[in-house]
Design a protein around this ligand. Structure first.
Ligand code: NAP
Length: 513
């Protein structure tokens, strides 16, 4: 793949090295946090392999109209790079993307990034004890491979009969075509998740008709957003400790949001709150009934919005309480048999999360792929290391997602854990590290035990948190601080190691003349 300077937003295009100590996949929040942490820990032979032409990961790709974060900005930012300039309590995508770019530049991370270097294959070489990584820009080897591509990186479009012959425009929320003019169009929106509830009110005023295919109604709560005042911004600039205190206060307050997820009896109270919001926002009882969820809040991600529900009552919007079943020419057909002719179909249908495409491309010992090892149920030790895959680390790996707090807290803690592991290897003269199957099994058995009785498994819904085997392999089933505790120390007893240098074999005595 060849890329130009313009395509990388002016970021310089560096040659791909042939070998490095650490290769990080992904220059989104988690990949950048990892690179920064490792640099500070004394590992400077790093390359960050980025498939795109800019940093930002999911925040670069998801630039659909109305895209914003539903976690407060003071918390949804790096602990090491507070941003006193946030314009509101919940920032929009452009501001977040600018923030990521700025941090990457200010922290000196851009020179590490190789843009357009999508990882196509990575195989563990048992003899060399290195990873051979094939990218779209060539091949390199690395002692350590860190998968930080994140769970929301591969957009999912459902397989619907007839979709291939739809004559109009198709797009996914994570690949918005801003050159496509929606004004006056008849649009079908598929899905009512976190993305759709943001772009539906944003595009609604310009389209002529919006047919919303709602397979499952989401729980929507009020969005307590407000502009930050100039005085607040000045105070945060002048006294960073204030912003730090605010971040901590938000972080601890958000931990309480985990309670109804861990104890579904409390989710009933959240349900009452959601019903009140519904009553306030949708006066029409028939429409309200159509969009009232029939499962407990938290079972799927709880959404926050003040303009989504009211937009459903607008005259140019129709809620079809069914999934998309088929496409016949330019007609979309719902599972309830309803047919609508449209110009454009927009998929807000989420991502391949429990069937991560990268799992097919990473081959561990014996050439076995991660996908084969996982067999539909992702698992790693402390969300990070996988038995049979030496020197491979995940950041935001299995069971590190959160529905209640900022996932960046998890990513930073995990990046520090990886740095601890690598420092241990260096100090002990080890060349490889691999989690023991026993430690991995113990960790995951305990996670699954804790999943029982949570709202995710007993809340009465099907969600992307659950994999094809019905296991929740995406979320962390506890308070965020407990995860940070769990990765605070790298425990050598849970791992096996091999020496860095292969001991020289004794040389045979020269034969006597
Ligand atoms: P999502 O939550 O996975 O939602 C996908 C939607 O598509 C669901 O409503 C799903 O219905 C629907 N769907 C799938 N196939 C369908 C079909 N054949 N017919 C009709 N509907 C279909 O995806 P997302 O909204 O992109 O959000 C994904 C994640 O991204 C979120 O959970 C969140 O973690 C993150 N996100 C975060 C923010 C933020 O503010 N921080 C914003 C956007 C996204 P079912 O519910 O019936 O499966």
């Amino acid at each position: 793949m060849s890329i130009t300077h313009e395509q990388t937003n002016g970021n310089s295009i560096q040659a791909l090295p042939s070998q490095v100590e650490v290769a990080v996949i992904g220059a989104g929040f988690s990949g950048l946090a990892t690179a920064r942490t490792l640099l500070r820990a004394g590992f400077d032979d790093i390359v960050v392999l980025e498939r795109g032409t800019d940093v930002g990961g999911t925040w670069r790709d998801n630039d659909y109209p109305g895209c914003a974060c539903d976690v407060p900005s003071h918390l949804y930012s790096f602990s090491f790079a507070p941003n006193p300039e946030w314009s509101s309590t919940f920032s929009g995508q452009p501001e977040i993307q600018d923030y990521i770019r700025r941090v990457a530049r200010d922290e000196g991370l851009l020179p590490l990034v190789r843009f357009g270097a999508a990882v196509e294959n990575a195989a563990w070489d048992e003899d060399d004890r290195r990873w051979t990584i094939e990218t779209a820009r060539g091949t390199l080897t690395a002692r350590h491979l860190i998968a930080a591509g994140g769970p929301l990186s591969a957009p999912a479009i459902p397989e619907v009969p007839g979709l291939g012959s739809f004559p109009g425009k198709l797009m996914h929320s994570a690949a918005w075509d801003h050159d496509h003019d929606l004004s006056g169009e008849r649009v079908a929106v598929i899905g009512t998740g976190a993305s759709a509830i943001q772009f539906v009110p944003a595009i609604r005023p310009e389209v002529s008709r919006l047919h919303l295919f709602q397979r499952t109604a989401p729980w929507v709560m009020p969005r307590p957003d407000r502009q930050l005042t100039r005085v607040e911004r000045r105070l945060y600039r002048r006294f960073p400790v204030l912003q730090h205190a605010m971040r901590n206060a938000i972080s601890w307050a958000r931990e309480a949001f985990a309670l109804p997820m861990l104890h579904p009896s409390l989710a009933r109270l959240v349900r009452l709150h959601g019903l009140r919001h519904l009553r306030k926002q949708i006066p029409d009882p028939a429409l309200r009934e159509k969009v009232t969820p029939d499962y407990l809040p938290g079972c799927k991600r709880i959404l926050i919005s003040n303009d989504y529900l009211p937009s459903l009552a607008k005259p140019n919007v129709e809620v079809i309480a069914a999934g998309l079943a088929e496409v016949r020419g330019s007609t979309v057909v719902g599972a309830d048999g309803s047919e609508r002719e449209v110009d454009t179909i927009i998929f807000g249908t989420g991502f391949h999360v429990t069937d991560l495409p990268i799992a097919d491309r990473i081959h561990g010992r014996g050439g076995r792929t991660l996908a084969d090892y996982w067999d539909g149920s992702l698992r790693a030790h402390r969300g990070t290391t996988v038995a049979g895959f030496p020197n491979l680390f995940f950041v935001l790996g299995p069971n590190t997602g959160t529905g209640h707090t900022s996932v960046l807290l998890m990513a930073e803690a995990q990046a520090a854990y990886v740095a601890r592991a690598l420092r241990h290897l260096r100090s002990q003269g080890h060349g490889t590290v691999e989690v023991t199957p026993e430690a991995e099994a113990r960790w995951n058995d305990e996670l699954q035990r804790r999943m029982r009785g949570t709202v995710w498994t007993s809340g009465g819904c099907q969600s992307w948190y659950l994999d094809r085997n019905g296991r929740n392999t995406t979320l962390w089933p506890d308070f965020g601080f407990r995860f940070r505790q769990a990765v605070r120390r790298f425990d050598p007893a849970e791992h096996s190691f091999t020496p860095a240098a292969v001991p020289a074999l004794p040389q045979p005595e020269p034969a006597a003349a």
